[in-house]
Design a protein around this ligand. Structure first.
Ligand SMILES: Nc1ncnc2c1ncn2[C@@H]1O[C@H](COP(=O)(O)OP(=O)(O)OP(=O)(O)O)[C@@H](O)[C@H]1O
Ligand SMILES: [Mg+2]
Length: 438
């Protein structure tokens, strides 16, 4: 006998079946979500491991660079006054063994320590404010310093660049190079003193020779009949002694130019150039000349020295263009405000050595141009070396000191000088006066 059909029981069964199915579906969904989360977690772990490996690798690279570098390397963080915000000191973020050795410590003992100001003040009181300036202005700093750590004196060259709220620094021991430079400077000074005293001491005997030749010539005229030959011999002796006098005068001037103090004053270069050319023209009135002088070129320079420089440059232009039918000489100034100076600056050999230094300074370039004999630029590297000449004495007489004097004068005004020349076409000398431009 079957049990009678109970409606409630059936409904309850269906309901529980439905609930079970619903829960199953929910469970399945949760399982799927869990799986996605698991996968995401796995991916995250993989990415982290990868990043850690990269980080580990770069740390290893950095630490091997720091440990093996022959230069000192460090990174410093600024320590600021909490209220005022000014930098009180720096603490070491990173230091390599070379720098740590300067503190007589191991790198790990220095990291995080604040010892910088005290240490820097021991070397030079300007260093700390200079590093503060690097951080505050963002401008890098390059300097040579001398440090005597009681054992021995050493020279260091360092470059400091802003890094976050601090700076990174590389320091190189340049003691050997600096000592060589100082020895060279000393030797140059000795050589200079030697050539000065030789030139100075030669003046008197040469003066004596000149008066004795005068005396001999007079004697010769009184006692005998002078011949054509003997007169020519006397002329050659006179010419040679005059040239020796000139060489001695120029050598003494070359020494003087290096030593004499500089007094800067405003000068009208256009007027000076004009005066020099008028005097030259008076000596050779037969020459046909075309002169172009840009008026009112004013510059700040040492009057005595600068006139000598301009005289040499102008007399070269005058001398080396003497064989042209019409001599052309031009004096002027090119300014960065009026035209792009880069193509001209690129001709300056020094420009390549210190690009930034020259670029900021070369905003005005003075020039003296001629249409003379010119010279081969490739063989003229020693243009400013004393006694170097690129024309023979028969072609154009000269001693070969003029341009060395000019270069020293320009350099004493912290300027640069260079030239552009073409054989048979002419020469242009360019120079700058840098900071002293009016
Ligand atoms: N404007 C120029 N045109 C052609 N060559 C020049 C010019 N200026 C200089 N030179 C060359 O450079 C050389 C060196 O010039 P520098 O003025 O030093 O000596 P110099 O003119 O020969 O003699 P001095 O010592 O009497 O001036 C010259 O011998 C000449 O060959
Ligand atoms: Mg000359």
């Amino acid at each position: 006998i079957t049990k009678p059909f109970q409606e409630e029981e059936v409904l309850a069964r269906i309901k529980s079946q439905l609930t079970i199915q619903k829960q199953k579906r929910l469970l399945e969904k949760e399982r799927q979500l869990l799986k996605i989360e698991q996968d995401n977690l796995k991916e995250e772990i993989r990415q982290r491991q990868e990043a850690e490996a990269i980080l580990y690798q770069s740390r290893a690279i950095i630490s091997s660079i720091l440990n093996s570098s022959v230069d000192g390397i460090a990174a410093m963080a600024a320590l600021r006054d909490k209220r005022r915000g000014n930098i009180l000191d720096f603490s070491c973020l990173v230091v390599n063994p070379i720098i740590a050795r300067a503190f007589n410590q191991e790198p790990q003992d220095l990291i995080g320590k604040i010892v910088v100001k005290k240490f820097l003040d021991r070397i030079n009181y300007d260093l700390f404010p200079n590093f503060v300036k690097v951080v505050e202005t963002g401008k890098s700093l390059e300097q040579d310093i001398y440090y005597n750590d009681q054992k021995e004196g050493k020279w260091y060259h360092f470059i400091a660049v802003k890094l976050g709220d601090g700076f990174a620094i590389t320091v190189r021991d340049i003691t050997e190079r600096k000592n060589l430079e100082l020895t060279l400077e000393e030797t140059n000074k000795e050589l200079e003193a030697f050539s000065y005293s030789v030139a100075h001491d030669l003046r008197n005997p040469l003066g004596n020779i000149e008066s004795l030749i005068d005396f001999l010539q007079e004697e010769y005229k009184n006692h005998d009949h002078p011949t054509q030959n003997s007169q020519e011999t006397f002329d050659v002796i006179y010419e040679s002694t005059a040239k020796m006098q000139q060489i001695i005068k120029d050598l003494l001037l070359l020494s003087k130019v290096k030593k004499s103090p500089i007094t800067l004053e405003l000068m009208d270069l256009s007027n000076i150039v004009e005066d020099i050319l008028i005097k030259l023209q008076r000596k050779e009135p037969q020459r046909k000349v075309e002169l172009v002088i840009q008026p009112n070129i004013i510059a700040k320079a040492d009057q005595n020295l600068f006139i000598i420089a301009l005289e040499n440059l102008i007399s070269n232009a005058w001398k080396y263009s003497s064989k042209k039918d019409v001599t052309y000489i031009e004096f002027g100034v090119l300014s960065a405000e009026q035209q792009n100076l880069d193509p001209i600056i690129n001709q300056c050999p020094l420009y390549y050595k210190d690009k930034n230094l020259c670029k900021q300074k070369l905003d005005r370039i003075y020039f003296i141009k001629d249409n003379g004999a010119g010279f081969n630029m490739e063989t003229a590297q020693e243009l400013f070396t004393p006694f170097k000449r690129f024309h023979s004495d028969n072609e154009f007489p000269g001693i070969g000191i003029g341009l060395s004097i000019v270069k020293r004068i320009i350099n004493r005004h912290q300027g640069l000088i260079w030239c552009d020349s073409q054989v048979g076409e002419g020469t242009t000398f360019y120079f700058t006066l840098n900071n002293f431009v009016a």
